[in-house]
Design a protein around this ligand. Structure first.
Ligand code: SAM
Length: 228
C-alpha cells in the first residue's frame, strides 16, 4: 500500500466509523473499558503539552498550528488560555465536531480558527507547530516528509507525538481495538524515536522536553524540539 492510499483510507475512516469512535473516545460520555483507557491516556498527553506551554508563561503571545487537530481536544484549551490557534484536520467531520465543541466552550469566538486541510498542504508560519497522535497513521517514510513539512511551518518550536516502536508487542495487541470491524484494514504504524529525532535534527531542530504516556492500550511518545 502506498502513502497516498494510506491518506485516502485515513480520511475516509475519520469521516465515517473512525469519526463515531474517536468522537466518543475524545468526549465525556459512556464508553467501554478499552476506550476509557485510551481516553485517559490521550488526556494525559494533552495535559502534558498544556503543562509545558503554561509553564513557559507566554501562551497569549503564541501563534500555534494544531495539525490533525481532531475534535479540538488540545486546540480548545490552548485558545481558552489565550494562544492564537489555527486548528486543521483532514477530516471534515472531526473539524465540524471541533467547531461545535469550541462554540460550546468559547461561544462564537474566532479563535481557534478551524479548517479542513491535510497537513501536507498547510502553509504559513507559526511560533509553535503541534501534531499529536497523527503519525501513527503513516509509515516512516511518509512521516519523515510530514515532519519536515511541519518543521518548515514552525518559527521556533515543534511538538510531536507518535507510538514508539519499542512498545511494539503491546501496541500490536491494541491495534484490533484501535480500528474495529470493517476498518481493521486501516493500519497503525510505529515509529522509532531515533528516526524521529534524526529528521527533526536534519531540519535544524534540537530536542528539548520529552514525555511518555503509557496506559494499557495507549502509548504515546511526546517530543518538543526547538529551532537552533
Ligand atoms: N491530534 C488530535 C488529538 O490528539 O486530539 C487528534 C488525534 S486522532 C488519533 C488523528 C487525527 O489526525 C484525526 O482527526 C485524523 O483525521 C487526522 N489526520 C490524519 N491524517 C492527517 C493528515 N494527513 N493531515 C491532517 N490531519 C490528519
Amino acid at each position: 500500500m502506498n502513502a497516498a492510499d494510506d491518506k485516502t483510507i485515513v480520511r475516509e475512516y475519520f469521516n465515517s466509523t473512525g469519526f463515531d469512535r474517536w468522537k466518543r473516545i475524545y468526549g465525556d460520555g459512556e464508553v467501554n473499558k478499552v476506550q476509557l483507557d485510551i481516553r485517559n491516556g490521550h488526556q494525559q498527553t494533552v495535559d502534558t503539552v498544556l503543562g509545558w506551554l503554561k509553564a513557559d508563561n507566554n501562551l497569549s503571545e503564541l501563534s500555534i498550528c494544531d495539525a490533525g487537530c481532531g475534535v479540538g481536544s488540545l486546540s480548545i484549551p490552548l485558545a481558552v488560555d489565550g494562544a492564537k490557534v489555527y486548528a486543521t484536520d483532514i477530516s471534515e467531520k472531526m473539524v465540524e465536531e471541533g467547531k461545535d465543541r469550541a462554540k460550546q466552550t468559547l461561544g462564537n469566538a474566532e479563535n481557534p480558527t478551524f479548517a479542513v486541510q491535510d497537513l501536507e498542504s498547510l502553509s504559513g508560519s507559526y511560533h509553535t507547530v503541534i501534531c499529536l497522535d497523527v503519525l501513527i497513521h503513516y509509515p516512516q517514510e511518509k512521516a519523515d516528509e510530514m515532519i519536515s513539512h511541519l518543521c518548515s511551518l514552525a518559527q521556533s518550536r515543534i511538538i510531536l507525538s507518535f507510538a514508539p516502536k519499542t512498545c511494539a508487542l503491546s501496541i500490536l495487541k491494541k491495534i484490533g481495538s484501535f480500528f474495529p470491524g470493517p476498518s481493521k484494514a486501516t493500519r497503525a504504524y510505529l515509529h522509532r524515536e531515533a528516526d524521529v529525532v534524526k529528521i527533526l535534527e536534519s531540519n535544524g531542530f534540537s530536542l528539548q522536553r520529552k514525555a511518555m504516556t503509557k496506559t494499557r492500550f495507549y502509548f504515546s511518545r511526546l517530543l518538543e524540539a526547538t529551532r537552533n
